[in-house]
Design a protein around this ligand. Structure first.
Ligand code: PMP
Length: 387
């Protein structure tokens, strides 16, 4: 018997495949051109250093930064840790108050929890039921001893885009540093560190068709940070460790491609996402979209299915690869803390599904996904077992 067909991948917010153009570009840097970018004495090192320099320009270009403001890391988790802990350590003269949002990614929330252990005071803003915070909420909690505000650009679970430029402006006016976790936004929507008044920005290659284990932190010129890894003082002293040249080269290429294709691709994906969303909302009762539908990434929708068991639902969606709004740990399945912060009741939060589309999603995929979702939910509601 041939193996069953693989499910249609609709979980691009979790990770993306490496684009074949990116892979091809990376390959020589694993084999013939394997040099250490810090080797200054021979061709192997020089060519690696040059390739890294090009990647730095490509990443910088994608967010409107200068290449000197990019530090390569292992991904957005590390970038967030470095931005938050590094700011705390280097700016104790400014104070020890920090501001973030309850719906941030764990890499941000847990970094702040760490700071609390070091003696910092952290204010956690609660978004409205649509997932958005306002600039007023931020302005109201700023104090003379506030060091840093960290607000994610776009939420990974529901896709809502925060009013980043306005928040950045208030922070700049009040002389407070502003960090944004833009992992889900870079390559999907236009991000500009100057227009958005951003001082620190985290991004990751595997969310934009680059490899896993490569990312960057943008650090505005003049912003003081303490490195979190001690060693050879690579990356202008911000991040020690031999550079992951293939990963960095892949990140650079991925950024270049995403920027070049952004406007057309965003429109294509929004169109497919809307087809999926409107069909589900229009044909399946007791469904609702979580989060603001206007200020949102083009490729994601998070939908609650009322009156069905969430765990069963996810198991029955066996022809599509999607994720629930729940964060699974090995011992228990907790309803998503993001949806809970929006006030979604537990039973609905369990039965909320994130559909995230991407570069290789086609019209046919979406038509098949719609039919599958309709069939599964209808059968579950009628109490018909699903094979
Ligand atoms: N922040 C956000 C918003 C994310 O979606 C993710 C990935 N799920 C991360 C940070 C962590 O990124 P990485 O996997 O590169 O460590």
């Amino acid at each position: 018997m041939p193996p069953p067909p693989r499910p249609i991948y609709l979980d691009y917010n979790a990770t993306t495949p490496v684009d074949p153009r990116v892979l091809e570009y990376m390959l020589p840097w694993f084999t013939e051109q394997f040099g250490n970018a810090a080797s200054r004495t021979h061709l192997y090192g020089w060519e690696a250093e040059e390739a890294v320099a090009l990647a730095r320009r490509q990443v910088a270009g994608t967010i409107g930064a200068s290449e000197k403001e990019i530090a390569f890391t292992s991904g957005a988790t590390e970038s967030n840790n470095l931005a938050i802990k590094g700011t705390y350590e280097a700016n104790s003269h400014r104070g020890s108050h920090f501001v973030t949002v309850a719906t941030e990614h764990k890499a941000v929330l847990d970094s702040f929890q760490h700071l609390e252990g070091w003696g910092a005071e952290v204010t956690y803003l609660l978004p409205a039921a649509d997932g958005l915070i306002t600039v007023k909420q931020v302005a109201e909690v700023l104090r003379p001893d506030t060091v840093l505000v960290s607000v994610m650009y776009a939420n990974n679970e529901i896709g809502v885009i925060q009013p980043i430029a306005e928040i950045g402006k208030v922070c700049r006016d009040r002389d407070v540093l502003f960090h944004t976790d833009a992992t889900q936004a870079v390559g999907k929507v236009l991000v500009d560190v100057d227009k958005d008044h951003i001082d620190l920005l985290s991004l990751s290659a595997h969310k934009l068709y680059g490899p896993k284990g490569a990312g960057a932190l943008y650090v505005r010129k003049g912003v003081k940070l303490t490195a979190q890894l001690d060693g050879g003082r690579h990356e202008r002293g911000l991040r020690s460790g031999t550079l992951n040249v293939p990963g960095i080269v892949g990140l650079g290429k991925a950024c270049e491609l995403a920027s070049a294709e952004l406007p057309a691709e965003a429109a294509r994906l929004a169109n497919l996402r809307d087809q999926l969303e409107n069909s589900i909302l229009g044909t399946i009762k007791k469904t609702q979209v979580n989060g603001n539908r206007e200020n949102r990434l083009p490729q994601v929708t998070n939908i609650s299915f009322g009156g069905v068991d969430g765990e069963q639902l996810l198991m029955n969606f066996n022809r599509i690869a999607v994720s629930s709004g729940s964060a699974c740990t090995s011992a228990s399945v907790e309803p998503s803390y993001v949806l809970k912060a929006l006030g979604v009741p537990d039973d609905l939060a369990y039965a909320s599904i994130r559909f995230s589309l991407g570069r290789f999603t086609s019209e046919d995929h979406i038509a098949a996904a719609i039919a599958h979702v309709q069939e599964v939910v209808t059968r579950m509601r009628q109490g018909i077992e699903i094979r």
